[in-house]
Design a protein around this ligand. Structure first.
Ligand SMILES: [Ca+2]
Ligand SMILES: [Ca+2]
Length: 148
């Protein structure tokens, strides 16, 4: 079953939540750390939070906005719109995203697919200063702005 929808979960307080996972099966709890069963959301607005959050998107398009904590965001592929806010955030890059904004802080983009990312002309990647890669990834890097 594929869940169709565009529901946005807005977190006005952390309430103990440490992670949000949109990749769970439909109807299952998407939040970890709280006592509330939250299900069937696709999008997250956690911009009000100052604590760190781990967010996992589904294979479909997700709009994920996090707050001032040092967040880790894995959009899971799809035409995601990701904004990590303040803090030193880590965002996974699949190459299918509509946009990734690291926000302020020292942010790391982790490539999950082979890609050439030019940080000097990162129009789609504002706020990203660092690249890292997983062992499955090959990539070429241009550090024209970062290394000089
Ligand atoms: Ca996604
Ligand atoms: Ca953040």
């Amino acid at each position: 079953m594929v869940a169709i929808g565009a529901d946005t979960l807005v977190l006005s307080t952390a309430a103990g939540i440490t992670s949000v996972n949109f990749a769970v099966a439909a109807g299952l709890d998407q939040t970890v750390g709280d006592t509330v069963s939250v299900s069937n959301f696709e999008n997250l607005d956690a911009s009000a939070l100052a604590s760190a959050l781990t967010v996992t998107g589904s294979a479909a398009a997700n709009t994920i906005t996090t707050g001032g904590g040092n967040d880790a965001i894995d959009g899971g592929g799809g035409a995601d719109i990701i904004a990590a806010g303040a803090g030193n955030d880590t965002v996974f890059y699949y190459g299918t995203e509509t946009s990734i904004d690291g926000g302020t802080g020292t942010n790391t983009l982790t490539l999950r697919t082979a890609a050439t990312v030019n940080l000097a002309t990162r129009t789609r990647l504002p706020g990203i200063q660092r690249l890292s890669r997983t062992s499955r990834t090959s990539m070429r890097r241009r550090w024209r702005s970062a290394s000089r």
